[in-house]
Write a new protein. Sequence first.
Length: 294
Amino acid sequence: MAQSVAKSLQVKIKRLANEHTDFTWFNVKTKNLIKHSRYLCIGMNIIEKILKVHSVDEKNEVIPGDIVEVRVDKVIMLDMVSVHPEFMNNPPKRPFDVSKVAVIFDHYVPPPTIEIATNVEKIRKLVKTWGVKQFFDYGRGGISHAFAAESGWLLPGRIVINSDSHTIAAGGYNALGKGVGTPELIQVICTGKTWFIVGETNKIMLHGSLKPSIEAKDVFLEMAQKIGDIPNQNVEFGGEGIKTLTIDDRAVISTMCAELGAEFAIFPFDGLLEEYLRDKAESVYKPVYADPDA
C-alpha cells in the first residue's frame, strides 16, 4: 500500500566537496489520496511537528494537504510597511502581545523619498504608542533575519513571521520562519495567528565535508540546480555532513531556499546549535526532532 501512495526519487551529487562527499535528494510526492498516509502510520517530520504543536485546535498530527491555523511566537515588522497604504492608512490599534512584537528598520537606509521618510516617522510614533520594547531604528539593528538570530529570537521549535521572504533563514536554528505580505502581517500583529497549507517535504541528506574553497552558498546552488523550483514545498536537511557546517552555513542555505519558492527549510537541532544559543536565547526553548519513520 505504501508503494501505491508515494514514490521516491534519489539524485546523487559529488561535486561540492571531497570525493567522499555526496548530497542525496529524496522527494516523496504523494498521489491523489494523500490522506491515506494516516493509515500507514508514517511519522511526522520536524516541520509538521512544529505546525502541530502550534496548531490552534491542538491537532494530534498534520500531513501534506492539511490547512493548519497556528499561534505565532514572534512577529517582526519592518520599515517596508511605510510604502503600503493598507497599513499606513489603518494601522492596528494595538498588538496581540507587545512582548512578541519587534520592529526593525533595515530596508530604507536612508529613506529614498520624502513620502517614505514621513511614513517612517509615523511608524516611530506608532511603535511608541504600542509600547514596543524591541524597536531598532536605523543604525541600531541590522538585516532583520540575521539580527533576529543574533538577538536570540530564532529559537528551536518557534514560528516567526516577518515581512522579509528570507525569514526562512530561521530553519538554520531549528525554527520555522515565514515572510508574509503586509495584509497578512497586519492580521498576525492583531491576532497572533496565521495559517498554512502543509506542503510536501524534500529531504536533503548531506554527507562528508566541504573543501576550504567551497562555501555554503555553493551547496545551495548545486542543490538548486538538481531540484529546481519547489513552490509551496518544504526542505528538511539531514545526514552526518551537517556536523561540518557552521550555524552561519546552515542559515545561508536555509535563507537561499526562499529562491526556490520553498515554504520552509529546516535543519535538525544538535550540540553546535545548543552552544550557539547558550548566551543568546531570549527564553527557554524546546528542540523539535523528526519521528524516526518520517
